[in-house]
Write a new protein. Structure first.
Length: 214
């Protein structure tokens, strides 16, 4: 009887059931952080008032510090909102935008994600590294970030001008010791309060637009 060849069975290969990876960023925390930053800035009004009559120059320096911290609070908020929006697009919860599709990542990260897609959260580190090089205090720049994540707000020329004026005052204070042409710029409490109101108005518009987007 002829010898039958052995029946060869393919050895089963171990498989890994990869689950869909989601990036989770808490929108409520972004709002809470913004509110806390604004509250910290506003508490300095009491300190300035307490020394205004005896040391007006020191009170004005407190107001100047509020300007710097206020613009930083806005910058930080836009950074966080950009991260949130991009995570929503990555999770296929929001529609891609042209700017998102052109967003560049390093080949190092691309290689990691191809081999280990479960490391998708590293993409957020890449976003942070990229955005650290960008200032979002100027209205044009923050508007680009909103466009990147597909968020639009109603045009308000007065508010836009206030945000740009805040950026200008912040630069004068932070980079020029608040001197222009050799003369110290004046500053008032009301000027600071007006800037805070402008930032609050803008932030509320953005936050509501994001909530409405879902």
């Amino acid at each position: 009887m002829p010898i039958q060849p052995p029946v060869l069975q393919q050895r089963p290969q171990p498989s890994i059931n990869k689950q869909a990876i989601k990036i989770s960023i808490d929108l409520n925390k972004i709002q809470t952080d913004f509110d806390r930053n604004i509250q910290d800035i506003e508490t300095k009004f009491n300190l300035a008032q307490s020394i205004l009559s005896t040391s007006p120059d020191s009170a004005k320096d407190i107001w100047r510090s509020q300007i710097v911290f206020l613009d930083s609070a806005l910058d930080f908020y836009i950074h966080e909102i950009a991260r949130f929006g991009m995570s929503k697009i990555i999770n296929d919860e929001w529609v891609d935008t042209k700017l998102f599709n052109k967003f560049q990542i390093s080949m190092r990260l691309a290689k990691i994600l191809i081999v280990t897609p479960e490391n998708l959260n590293l993409f957020m580190d890449e976003i942070d590294e990229t955005n650290q090089k960008i200032c979002f205090m100027k209205f044009e720049n923050l508007q680009k970030q909103l466009k990147l994540i597909g968020v639009s707000i109603a045009k308000d020329e007065s508010n836009e001008n206030q945000i740009n004026n805040l950026f200008k005052r912040r630069n004068e204070i932070a980079h020029q010791a608040d001197f222009s042409n050799g003369v110290k710029n004046n500053i008032t409490e009301q000027e600071v309060r007006d800037f805070i109101d402008a930032v609050k108005i803008l932030q509320t518009k953005i936050q509501n637009a994001i909530i409405a987007k879902g």
